[in-house]
Design a protein around this ligand. Sequence first.
Ligand code: BG6
Ligand code: MG
Length: 217
Amino acid sequence: PIKAFLFDLDGVIVDTATYHYQAWKRLANELGFDISEEFNERLKGVSRMESLDIILAHGGLTVSDEQKAELAEQKNQWYLDLVGRMTSEDILPGVATFFSQVRKANLLTALGSVSKNAPLILERIGMSQAFDAIIDGTKISKGKPDPEVFLKGAAELEVSPAECVVFEDAVAGVEAGKRGGMFVVGIGSPDVLTQADLVAPSLDGLTVDEVLAATVA
Ligand code: BG6
Ligand code: MG
C-alpha cells in the first residue's frame, strides 16, 4: 500500500519553474543567444551547474570554471530577486486542498527538490512545516534524473520506494521517480511527461483517492 507522497517543489507547489526560466533566459541573452520554452524543459529538475553546462553548450560557448561560477551566481541573484517577492499567495491553486486530503488519508509527505533555494522558498510561502521530511539540493550529490533525492526522501520517512508516489513537473524528475521504483504522477502535459504513470495538468482538481486508485489499477 502507498504510505507516502513525495513532492517536487518548482513547478508543482509553486510556479518558480518560470522564474528559473526567466533568469536563465536573461543570462543567455546577455551571452548573445536565446533559449526557448521548449528547450527549457531540458533544464527542469536539473541542478544549477548542470543547467548552466547545458545552456553554454546550446550557445556553443566554452568558459573557464571561474567564469562558470560567476555566471551561475549571476543567474541565482536574478532568480532570488524574483523569489524574494513571493508570499503564500504564490502557492499554486489546489495545493492547500490536496495537502489537507493527504493529511486526512494519514499519508506521510516529503519534499524532493534539487534546489538549494528550496528551504528559502518554503519559508517565503509559509510551508516550512508542511512536510515530514525535506530533501533539497544541499542534501544530495546527484540531481534528477538520478533517483537519489527521492530515495533519500523515502529513507527519511522510513518507507520503501514501492510505497511512494512522486509528483513531478519535469521530464528529469519523472525519470528520477521511475528509476527509484516509485509510482509517478506527472504534473503537466502527457505529451511531455511520457514516462509518468498518471498525468494531471496541476494539483488543482486532482484528488488523493484518484491517485491511490491509479496506483492499484
Ligand atoms: C530544480 C529546478 O528544482 O532546482 C531547476 O527544477 C533548478 O530548474 C534546480 O536548476 C536547482 O535550483 P537552485 O535553486 O539550486 O539553483
Ligand atoms: Mg519541478
